[in-house]
Design a protein around this ligand. Structure first.
Ligand code: C2O
Ligand code: CU
Ligand code: CU
Length: 502
């Protein structure tokens, strides 16, 4: 697509070493700078010592190492509903260890376990009660990313749960089927707690709807893929304090569903994958190694009107897509894999279905226009300016203050927000912008109509440096909701505001 991975994260570094790179002198031309950076970056990866002293972690971490395909992909368990209990579900955050490296215990955090968490599945329209218990040694919150629920149960930074405490949270899923997720949100510590392992998937299922035509056998032909990158310290620990990068913590090792060196055995010719970028900061562009296209069927918060053929898909932190991949025409001996844009293998796929087993992809299509004429012509009523890098990040010139309301909007009333990512003298960087309590529509990017694969409900949006993105935002519920950059270190450094929905 349009964006080069990590460009933003590295652009400051490129600026600093710019004297050695003849292409960076025109820093007003961001595209050109990005281009030159890519070359510089590839070069740096092979010979890190040539680039001199690096003061930032980010400059030491390049593309992910290829998966060696040693371990079958773990599939998170689906959380069982409890019968005859005060609550429907129990979720406990706790500390434990995970053996990523043979013979070494790495300290990790998890929900109902020690790494990541179970998949919560809600039916559309269903109301559930969750008892959340904090067994960590530190305060946390649990945020339901993408759910359109009242502010008081959203789990943002103001809804702290102290160590040893629990809380019963009532959630109602009154929105279309989608792949959402849940994760901690304690201000200043979100980056650390996610890095240590906290996070899980939250599906909304709509059993009666047309989307039922897509493969939906969980873990068999409907596979969740939670992408995260990690680095480990010299003792193979996830030592966040040491490894943290103020501009976005990156890792050289890719985990999928917490599995190191994953591979997946594909047992059916047509597979649905639900991809979540749950990394602190890394942006991924996904491709198939043989160059084949695949079909995107959903974005963050809803299905697309019809599947869109894609060669590659870029996800910034917290974004999701659902895709269908048709393996039926692939020769069994062909080695196939999901890769990044550098060609590094993220997930090798081992085809293990009967080649005679033919299927065709049924497709959901509707002719309803994505935006009505009225929606297209609504004037901008809120302006949000993203700015800065490192710990100098701001929204509308300010840093997060838990006691300050930055914006107000009436519930049920649609407004147009313009998100502007103001470049700085170093070119700026991409910020993934997220709003709680709403599933919005992207109206345009720099006044150009939004691409077909983004014509679905979303809660997070990639905003490139210099770009203006118009969003159509409605909050169905009242309360106070954060909006922020989803690079977790930017969020922790105050690139966040609060909106009061009345
Ligand atoms: Cu993924 Cu403020 O959230
Ligand atoms: Cu959120
Ligand atoms: Cu940011």
């Amino acid at each position: 697509m349009k964006k080069k991975t990590l460009v933003g994260v590295f652009s400051l570094f490129v600026f600093l070493v710019g004297c050695t790179n003849p292409n960076t002198e025109d820093s007003s031309n961001n595209n050109r700078m990005n281009q030159s950076f890519e070359n510089e970056n590839n070069h740096m990866m092979n010979t890190p010592s040539e680039s001199g002293t690096n003061h930032m972690n980010a400059s030491n971490i390049g593309p992910l190492e290829s998966s060696k395909g040693l371990n079958e992909l773990k599939i998170p368990e689906v959380l069982e509903k409890q019968e005859n209990s005060e609550v429907d579900y129990e979720i406990t955050a706790s500390i434990g260890t995970t053996e990523f490296f043979e013979g070494t215990q790495t300290e990790t955090y998890g929900y109902n376990g020690y790494l990541l968490g179970p998949t919560v599945r809600l039916k559309k329209g269903e109301t559930i009660k969750v008892r959340f218990t904090n067994d960590l040694n530190e305060l946390t919150t649990v945020h339901w990313h993408g759910l359109e629920i009242p502010g008081e149960v959203d789990g943002g930074p103001n809804q702290i749960i102290l160590p040893g405490e629990d809380r019963i949270i009532t959630l109602e899923a009154d929105q279309p089927s989608a792949t959402l997720w849940y994760h901690p949100h304690p201000h200043g510590d979100t980056g650390k707690q996610v890095f240590k392992g906290l996070g899980g998937l939250l599906y909304i299922d709509e059993p009666e709807d047309a989307t039922h035509i897509y493969p939906d056998n969980y873990g068999i032909n409907d596979i969740p893929l939670i992408f995260q990158d990690r680095q480990f310290d010299e003792n193979d620990q996830l030592n966040y304090e040491q490894l943290m990068d103020i501009d976005g913590t990156l890792g050289n090792i890719g985990l999928i569903n917490g599995t190191m060196d994953p591979k997946l055995t594909v047992t059916e010719p047509i597979m649905r994958f639900r991809l979540l970028n749950a990394s602190n900061a890394r942006e991924y562009t996904f491709r198939l190694n043989n160059g084949d296209s695949f079909k995107q069927i959903a974005s963050d918060g809803s299905k697309l009107k019809q599947p869109v053929e894609m060669q590659e898909i870029t996800l910034t932190p917290s974004e999701r897509v659902e895709v269908l991949i048709d393996f039926s025409k692939i020769e069994p001996q062909e080695s196939i894999a999901i890769t990044d844009e550098f060609g590094n293998t993220l997930l090798p796929l081992e085809l293990a279905f009967d080649p005679q087993q033919r299927e065709t992809i049924s497709e959901l299509t509707t002719d309803e226009p994505f935006l009505s004429e009225e929606e297209k012509n609504l004037p901008i009523s809120k302006k949000v300016e993203l700015f800065g890098q490192m710990n100098m990040v701001t929204i509308n010139g300010r840093k997060f203050d838990p006691n300050r309301i930055d914006l107000r909007q009436e519930h049920g009333v649609t407004e147009v927000w313009e998100i502007y990512n103001r470049p700085d003298m170093m070119g700026g960087m991409t910020h993934p912008f997220h709003i709680h309590g709403t599933q919005f529509k992207i109206i345009s990017r720099d006044n150009v109509e939004v691409a077909p694969n983004e014509q679905a409900l979303k809660d997070s949006v990639l905003v490139e440096s210099g770009e203006r993105v118009k969003l159509l935002v409605t909050f169905p519920e009242k309360g106070i909701f954060p909006y922020h950059c989803h690079i977790l270190e930017h969020e922790d450094n105050g690139m966040m505001g609060l909106i009061e929905v009345y």
